[in-house]
Design a protein around this ligand. Structure first.
Ligand code: FPP
Length: 248
């Protein structure tokens, strides 16, 4: 990935890894084969982000709505997650990657929950890429949990209701210490957020590609990064204001 060092790199990337099922169907393979190929793609993208010194990567591995999939597919996805925890964590740790799981983790089996906790504990001191795996996660759930925390703080007298502002609500979400994603990527051709990080994506650059997730390799990541580097991020200001600020 030469040549990106000088371009503007996102500090935090969020990805919806869509298209595993279609990738498998096109090859007349079971959906599970698509998810396995998706895990390989995830590994390559994680390695790519770590190599580029991107601060944080948040992957949508399983949404709160994914529980509604056929029981067999949910079971297969859980097995894949378990294997990923057993096989990948050591390598991620060796690469100084810090792993965190966010979502209603109590919905997972005790074994899986324990595997997630172990992965977090093993990597907690790592200072490289912050890798967040959103599992049984929903953006609205995240905001509602934050509202509960702030309401409880107000009821117990720790804060006044009028002290609830954007900064406080941001700090009550599941990724409080990370900058909001600069770049959001969704593979698989759909152009929607699907209840992912709704609060955090307010000013994020949104990149959609038809490429199916198992085909999203390092050159594809590079294409997304080049697209991002060419974006002008104005955060509500005019192009003229941006020019003035750049010259100041
Ligand atoms: C969406 O494809 C993908 C998922 C619901 C699961 C994503 C899981 C992985 C990539 C593997 C696990 C990854 C980690 C990081 C542990 P889809 O099934 O909706 O595809 P389709 O839209 O073509 O049917």
């Amino acid at each position: 990935m030469a040549g990106t060092e000088t371009a503007a790199l996102p500090r935090h990337i969020a990805i919806i890894m869509d298209g595993n099922g279609r990738w498998a169907k096109r090859r007349l393979l079971p959906r599970q084969a698509g998810h396995r190929a998706g895990l390989t793609a995830a590994r390559h993208v994680i390695e790519g982000c770590a190599r580029l010194h991107i601060g944080a990567l948040t992957l949508f591995a399983f949404s709160s709505e994914n529980w509604q999939r056929p029981q067999r597919e949910v079971g297969n996805l859980m097995d894949l997650l378990m294997h990923a925890l057993e096989d990948e964590v050591r390598e991620l740790h060796a690469n100084n990657i810090r792993i965190r799981f966010v979502g209603t983790l109590e919905a997972f089996s005790p074994d899986l929950q324990q595997g997630m906790r172990r992965a977090e504990e093993l990597t907690v001191m790592n200072t490289g890429l912050a890798l967040n795996i959103a599992a049984s996660y929903g953006g609205r759930w995240d905001i509602v949990c934050a509202a509960h925390k702030l309401a409880a703080a107000a009821v117990s007298g720790h804060i006044r209701p009028d002290q609830i502002d954007e900064a406080r609500l941001s700090r009550a979400l599941v990724l409080p210490e990370l900058p909001d994603p600069d770049l959001f990527i969704r593979t698989g051709g759909e152009q929607r957020l699907s209840n992912f990080l709704l609060w955090n994506l307010a000013y994020t650059e949104l990149y959609f590609t038809d490429r199916l997730w198992p085909d999203f390799d390092e050159p594809a990541l590079q294409t997304a990064l080049n697209w991002y580097a060419a974006r002008q991020r104005r955060f509500g200001r005019t192009p003229e204001q941006m020019k003035e600020e750049a010259g100041a």
